[in-house]
Write a protein of this length. Structure first.
Length: 85
């Protein structure tokens, strides 16, 4: 079964992950985290970003990562992007 298409903000996020090893390591650190804890972490981060007046698209992309299917889609997109020559 293929992963759902990612929203544009998450596509950009994955592109940044490909280029930034430190950010990619942070994202990958959530791989083995319980879904409930991971969702809480992403929701909390989105709330802090909103309080700091970050760009709305970045806030939305971060909040969407709380959804297990979206997180899996972002992981799949990252793996695919890293495999490209």
């Amino acid at each position: 079964m293929s992963e759902p298409a990612l929203p544009e903000g998450l596509v950009r996020f994955v592109q940044v992950l490909v280029e930034d090893e430190e950010l990619r390591a942070w994202f990958e650190s959530f791989d083995g985290v319980d879904q409930t804890r991971r969702a809480a972490e992403f929701h909390g981060l989105a709330a802090r970003m909103k309080a700091a007046d970050e760009h709305p698209d970045l806030i939305q992309a971060t909040a969407l990562l709380a959804n297990p299917a979206v997180f899996a889609g972002a992981q799949a997109a990252l793996r695919e992007a890293l495999e490209e020559p």
